[in-house]
Write a protein that binds this ligand. Structure first.
Ligand code: ADP
Ligand code: MG
Length: 729
C-alpha cells in the first residue's frame, strides 16, 4: 500500500483521546480573564481616564495623546503582570485571515540598561508596513504606507504571551485596507438612521447597536490522514475522491453523541475561548460525518466579528493539539454538506429594545413592523450586493447545493408573519384612516407577539430568514471574513431607514399624523418589497423559474457578482453613507478578483500534481499487475479458455489505459489554458479565463479519477479515501 496512506491509517488506529485534566472551576471564574475589559480598565486606570475611555468607546470621541499614554501604561502593567512579553496590533486585511506583527516590550537604552516600553503613540497607531497584504492598488504611490489605528470599541486581549490590540488598517490617506474600517463606518451609518426612526417611538433612544450571533460550522479530520492529502493541505478541500458508500444518507451524525475525542477537543477550545471573553454557547454534531458546529451568544457586531475570527483561530490551534485539522472550507467534500457561518442579525437600542422583536403594545409593534419591513425592503433593493458579499471560490461550491441557500436572495418570514403583512397591505386605505379602522389595526398589530409566540416555523432553505427576533443570513460561507456581509447589510438598511424617514416626514408635512404616516409608509414598503418574500423550498428548481418570473436576480457568475461592488448604484450607496469610496470599492473589486483567480490557479496546479504524481503512477502499477496476470494465464491456457477467463481483465486493462490517457490529456490541456489565462493583461480577464476555461477541467478530470478509484486495488490507492477521512473518530 502507498506508504503515506498506510502510515496514516496505522496512526489512526493508535490514536487516543488526549488525556486532559480539566479543572472543576466554573467558567464564570475565568471568563474574560485574558481580556482588558471594563473590570480591568477600572483596576488599572484612574477614574478620570476610565471615564474618558468609556466615553470614546460609546461615542467615538477622540482621545488626546496624554490620555492615550495613561491607558497604554495601564494596559502594559496588566499585560506584563499576566505574562505578556510582546504586543501587536491585530487587524483584518483583505485576506480571509487576521494579521499581526509582534514587537517585544523590551527596549535597550543608550547606556545599555533594559526596560519595558509601551506608550500612547504605540497603542494608538503603528506603521506595520505590511506591503505584501492586498491593497487593490491603493498603495501604489510612493506614499504607500499602511497604518494600523486602535479600535477602542473592541477590547485588547492576551494570547500566547502577546498583548493583541484590535485595530483598523488604512493607507496613508485614510483609505480602508481592511474589513474593520468599513464595518465600523457602516455601524455608524445604521446607528444614525435607526436612532432617528426609534425617536418616533421613544425620545430617550440615543443609540442603536447592531447585534450579531454567529454559528460556525467546520469539519474535523485526523491530521495523519490530512497530511496524506496534498489537496487538503494546499487548498483546504478534496479535489478528487469517490463518495463513500455511507455518507450522510442516514442523517445519523446530526445531533448524535459527540465522539469522545472530539468532545475533549471542544471542551479544550471552549476554555480558551472563555478566557478570551468569547461566549461560546452551543456545540453539536452537524449533518455531514465529521462536521460540527458551535454558536456564540450574540454581541455588538464589531465585537462579534472579532470574536468569530478569534474563535476560528483558537479552533484551528486546539485542533492541532488534538491531532485534528479543523477545516473551515465551505465545501471540503463533494456531495456532502458544506459549512456556513450563519449570521444572526438584529438591532438593539441603548434602552434595551430588540427592534426585531415584537413588543408588548401596539406602538412597540408598529416599531417592530417598521424595522421588519425596512429590513425586507433593504434586502430587496440590495439583493445583488448581498450576493456579492458572499462570493468566494469556496462558497461558490456550496451555494445552491442541496444543503445551502441558492444564489437567489430571498426573505423568509414564516406563514403567520407573512399573513400579518398581507393583511396590513390589503386593509389599510391609502388616505387617512377612519378612527374605527385605526383602532382595529392597532388591535391587530397588538396581537403580533401572541401570534409569533408559537411560530416555530423554520425554513432552512432560505438565505435570509426571520427567526422570531432576528434575521439569519445563511448564505455566508464558513471561511469568510464575517464583516464582508455585515458591511452590506448595515449600509443597505441605513439607506432604507433614511428613505423611510424621508417618506414619513413628507406625509407629515402634508398634515398626516405621525402614527398614520408611519403606517402608510409601512404599507407602501410591504407592497414594494413583496417580490423578495418567499416561503417555499429555496432548493427547488421551481423556485429558480418563479424567481426569474418575479424579476429576482440569480447571479451565477462570480465575476459578475464581484463587479456589483463597483456598479454605479453601489458606489453611490456606499459613498452616501461614508462607508466605502469609489476608490476603495474599485480596490476591493481588484483584490477579490485577484484572490479568486489565485485560488483557482492553486487548485488547478494541485489537481494536476496529484493526478500525475500520485494517481497515474498507482494506476499504472495496478495495470502492470493485471498485465502480468493476463500473461501468466496466456502461458498456461489454450486460446478458448484464455478468452473465457481473461477477457474481463483485458477489458479492464483497456478501460484503465483509456482513462489514464484521457486524464493526462485533460491535465495537459488544463495547463495550457492556465498558461493562456495567466498571460492576460488585467486581473479581470485572467479570472474570466480561469472561470470559463480552466475550472471546467476540474470536474472532468475528477470524473475519470473517481471512476478509477472504484476499480483499482484498494491496497495501491495512494490517497486516503472519503470513507477513511470521514469516519475516523
Ligand atoms: P439555530 O441553529 O436554531 O439557528 P442557534 O442557537 O444555533 O440556533 O443560534 C442562534 C444564534 O442567534 C445565536 O448565536 C444567538 O445568540 C443568536 N441570536 C439570538 N438573538 C439574537 C439577536 N437579538 N441578535 C443577534 N443574534 C441573536
Ligand atoms: Mg441558525
Amino acid at each position: 500500500m502507498s506508504e503515506l496512506r498506510f502510515t496514516a491509517l496505522k496512526k489512526l488506529l493508535e490514536r487516543k483521546t488526549l488525556n486532559i485534566e480539566f479543572s472543576n472551576e466554573s467558567p464564570t471564574s475565568y471568563f474574560g480573564q485574558n481580556v482588558f475589559n471594563r473590570e480591568k480598565m477600572q483596576k488599572y486606570l484612574s477614574k478620570d481616564i476610565y471615564n474618558r475611555l468609556m466615553n470614546t468607546i460609546l461615542t467615538g470621541a477622540n482621545l488626546d495623546r496624554k490620555v492615550a499614554d495613561q491607558i497604554a501604561a495601564g494596559m502594559k502593567s496588566w499585560a506584563i503582570e499576566n505574562g505578556a512579553t510582546h504586543y501587536t496590533h491585530w487587524f483584518h486585511p483583505l485576506t480571509d485571515s487576521t494579521a499581526e506583527k509582534h514587537d517585544a516590550f523590551l527596549e535597550v537604552s543608550l547606556d545599555g540598561s533594559i526596560f519595558e516600553n509601551f506608550d500612547g503613540s504605540v497603542l494608538v497607531q503603528q506603521e506595520p508596513d505590511a506591503s505584501s497584504l492586498p491593497s487593490g492598488g491603493l498603495r501604489n504611490t510612493f506614499e504607500a504606507r499602511g497604518y494600523t489605528a486602535w479600535d477602542p470599541s473592541s477590547p485588547a486581549f492576551i494570547t500566547n504571551k502577546t498583548l493583541c490590540i484590535p485595530t483598523i488598517f488604512i493607507s496613508y490617506n485614510g483609505e480602508a485596507l481592511d474589513y474593520k474600517t468599513p464595518l465600523l463606518r457602516s455601524l455608524e451609518a445604521l446607528d444614525k438612521h435607526a436612532t432617528k426612526i426609534c425617536q418616533y417611538f421613544n425620545k430617550d433612544v440615543k443609540k442603536v447597536f447592531t447585534t450579531v450571533g454567529y454559528e460556525l460550522e467546520y469539519f474535523l479530520i485526523d491530521d495523519a490522514l490530512y497530511n496524506a492529502r496534498p489537496d487538503l493541505i494546499l487548498t483546504g478541500r478534496t479535489l478528487i475522491g469517490h463518495g463513500s458508500a455511507k455518507d450522510q444518507q442516514m442523517q445519523d451524525h446530526y445531533f448524535g453523541a459527540i465522539p469522545q475525542r472530539v468532545e475533549v477537543f471542544m471542551q479544550d477550545f471552549e476554555i480558551e475561548a472563555y478566557k478570551l471573553g468569547i461566549p461560546v454557547k452551543t456545540r453539536h454534531n452537524e449533518v455531514a460525518p465529521n462536521q460540527f458546529e458551535c454558536s456564540l451568544i450574540f454581541e455588538e457586531a464589531n465585537l462579534a466579528a472579532d470574536h468569530s475570527l478569534m474563535l476560528m483561530e483558537i479552533i484551528r490551534k486546539t485542533a492541532r493539539k488534538h491531532n485534528f485539522r479543523a477545516l473551515f472550507h465551505e465545501k471540503p467534500f463533494k456531495d456532502i454538506n458544506g459549512s456556513a457561518k450563519h449570521t444572526n442579525w438584529s438591532m438593539l437600542t441603548d434602552t434595551g429594545v430588540n427592534l426585531l422583536k415584537p413588543g408588548k403594545n401596539p406602538m412597540t409593534n408598529i416599531q417592530f413592523l417598521a424595522f421588519l419591513v425596512n429590513t425586507i425592503k433593504a434586502v430587496y433593493d440590495n439583493a445583488d450586493l448581498l450576493r456579492a458579499s458572499i462570493v468566494s471560490p469556496s462558497n461558490e461550491l456550496r451555494l445552491g447545493g442541496n444543503e445551502a441557500p441558492p444564489t437567489i436572495i430571498s426573505v423568509f418570514l414564516g406563514e403567520k408573519l407573512s399573513k400579518i403583512l398581507d393583511e396590513l397591505e390589503d386593509r389599510l386605505p391609502t388616505d387617512i384612516l377612519s378612527p374605527e379602522e385605526k383602532t382595529e389595526i392597532k388591535l391587530d398589530i397588538g396581537k403580533i407577539p401572541e401570534i409569533l409566540l408559537d411560530n416555530t416555523d423554520r425554513n432552512r432553505t432560505s438565505p435570509f430568514a426571520f427567526t422570531g427576533n432576528r434575521f439569519e443570513f445563511r448564505a455566508v460561507g464558513s471561511s469568510a471574513n464575517p464583516s464582508s456581509s455585515l458591511i452590506v447589510i448595515n449600509t443597505a438598511i441605513a439607506e432604507q431607514l433614511h428613505k423611510f424617514y424621508k417618506d414619513v416626514e413628507k406625509l407629515r408635512k402634508e398634515g398626516i399624523k405621525k402614527d398614520e404616516a408611519i403606517l402608510q409608509t409601512i404599507r407602501k414598503i410591504i407592497k414594494e418589497s413583496k417580490k423578495i418574500r418567499f416561503e417555499g423550498n429555496g432548493y427547488s428548481q421551481d423556485w429558480i423559474k418563479e424567481a426569474e418570473k418575479r424579476g429576482l436576480k440569480n447571479i451565477l457568475d462570480p465575476l459578475t457578482a464581484i463587479h456589483i461592488y463597483n456598479s454605479e448604484k453601489s458606489i453611490s450607496l456606499f459613498e452616501k453613507h461614508n462607508v466605502l469610496s469609489k476608490n476603495e470599492l474599485n480596490a476591493r473589486v481588484e483584490v477579490l478578483t485577484e484572490k479568486y483567480k489565485k485560488n483557482l490557479q492553486i487548485e488547478s496546479r494541485v489537481l494536476g500534481d496529484i493526478v500525475i504524481n500520485h494517481i497515474v503512477p498507482a494506476v499504472v502499477k495496478y495495470q502492470n499487475i493485471l498485465l502480468e496476470n493476463v500473461k501468466s494465464f496466456k502461458s498456461i491456457l489454450d486460446e478458448k479458455e484464455f478468452n473465457e477467463i481473461a477477457s474481463d481483465r483485458i477489458q479492464l486493462i483497456k478501460d484503465i489505459s483509456k482513462s489514464v490517457s484521457l486524464i493526462k490529456k485533460l491535465v495537459e490541456k488544463m495547463r495550457m489554458d492556465r498558461k493562456e489565462a495567466n498571460n492576460k493583461n488585467t486581473c479581470e480577464e485572467r479570472l474570466r479565463m480561469y472561470i470559463d476555461n480552466v475550472l471546467p477541467y476540474f470536474e472532468k478530470v475528477r470524473y475519470y479519477v473517481d471512476r478509477l478509484e472504484r476499480v483499482v486495488d484498494n491496497e495501491l490507492w495512494p490517497l486516503p479515501k472519503y470513507r477513511e477521512l470521514l469516519y475516523n473518530h
